[in-house]
Write a protein that binds this ligand. Structure first.
Ligand code: UT7
Length: 333
């Protein structure tokens, strides 16, 4: 005999109710990095917009950084740690193949026994997490979801690679996704282009490192290829995220793209015909490219500095290794 399964039922809508950030104390200016890559502060600023980045301190783990960011996000949301039903942690720099960082974060924060797992979608990880969390809240598998984007990229960056040494930084950002009476997270436009798997990648597999006694692996990037892809392919994805949300570019208060390069951000604004009144995130200047952490770090900063209004509409998009991307319109917490 076949029984009928009770269908899942959740909230009508979801929204981001809190955001938090953690920037490591150590600030590293371009001048500290240029000698090893025969570069200059001027070149780095002109080609990428970056002036400084933060590097995590000795022993400061992705879990430590996540904890600070998540505590701030919970405080803004007005939610206790014990009310979190699920933790989604996006990272590519947790140094354990297994287990995931999320269960340890949940335990550290006294969340009880929530569902907790990591996702690997590089610089698009946080926007993937927001999409999953929104679906979970609306599907009924969680009421409150903590979404964390965190990286300690300084561990996986070669200080002598001219193409990446100045690009990456460390940090953590977190959001709390909760039930809402109105839609606070629009439909996600996302995808991947695995034929370009090699353009941003760890240079050696762990197996090869072990068996061939190779040096510690770092993340390599074919900068020009990624740059062209980001400029030409990501503006249409952002445009589709607006369309599926039923929002026009004029209605936006903020544009929060992945912080990869100021020139990419400027080119996307031009293609999207971003009006002057829309605040555009440029956290990259001080924080560099923090991969999964870049969108929540930039969001927290815009709200803290008053560049974007609480309750305003923002278009966010993450893109990077995979190649993977995800974009959605959100209501700012
Ligand atoms: O987070 C995931 C997504 N990531 C991205 O979206 C990053 C996308 N890529 C980029 O942001 C840029 O490609 C970089 C900022 C990484 C590099 O800028 P670029 O304008 O693409 O530089 P390039 O590699 O085309 O090199 C231009 C010139 C070359 O010299 P010649 O051949 O024109 O004489 C390079 O040798 O600059 C030289 N160069 C450097 N000079 C000083 C390359 N790297 C450096 C350097 N310092 N670090």
């Amino acid at each position: 005999m076949t029984g009928l399964i009770t269908p899942p039922s959740g909230a009508a809508h979801a929204r981001i109710s809190g955001i938090g950030a953690y920037r490591p104390r150590r600030v590293v200016p371009n001048s500290e990095l240029v000698e090893a890559i025969d570069s200059s502060d001027e070149w780095i600023q002109e080609r990428s917009g970056i002036k400084t980045r933060h590097f995590a301190g000795d022993g400061e783990s992705v879990i430590d950084m996540s904890e600070f960011a998540t505590r701030d996000a919970l405080a803004m949301a007005g939610i206790e740690a014990g009310e979190v039903d699920a933790v989604i942690l996006a990272t590519v720099t947790h140094p354990y193949q297994t287990p995931a960082a999320a269960p340890a974060l949940a335990d550290r924060m006294g969340m009880g026994k929530p569902a907790a797992f990591d996702i690997s979608a590089a610089c698009a990880g946080y926007c993937h997490g927001i999409s999953l969390a929104s679906d979970m809240v609306r599907g009924g598998s969680a009421r409150n979801v903590a979404v964390v984007g965190v990286e300690r990229l300084s561990d996986f960056t070669s200080r002598t690679d001219r193409g990446t040494a100045f690009i990456f930084g460390d940090g953590a950002g977190a959001a709390i996704v909760t039930a809402s009476d109105t839609a606070g997270i629009g439909p996600t436009v996302w995808g991947s282009e695995g034929d370009k798997w090699d353009v941003i990648a760890q240079n050696e597999s762990w197996i090869d490192v072990h068996e061939q006694k190779l040096d510690w692996p770092t993340i390599g990037m074919q900068g020009q290829r990624v740059f062209r892809w980001a400029v030409w392919s990501m503006a249409p994805v952002a445009q589709r995220a607006l369309e599926v949300a039923g929002v026009t570019v004029d209605q936006l208060d903020a544009f929060i793209p992945h912080q990869a390069n100021v020139r990419i951000i400027d080119a996307m604004c031009k293609q999207l015909k971003m009006p002057d009144h829309v605040a555009v995130a440029r956290d990259i200047v001080d924080s560099a490219n923090t991969s999964a952490a870049s969108v929540p770090l930039a969001t927290e900063r815009m709200l803290r500095e008053g560049a974007a209004p609480r309750g305003g509409l923002a278009l966010q998009i993450g893109f990077g290794a995979g190649l993977s991307y995800a974009a959605q319109v959100i209501t700012l917490p």
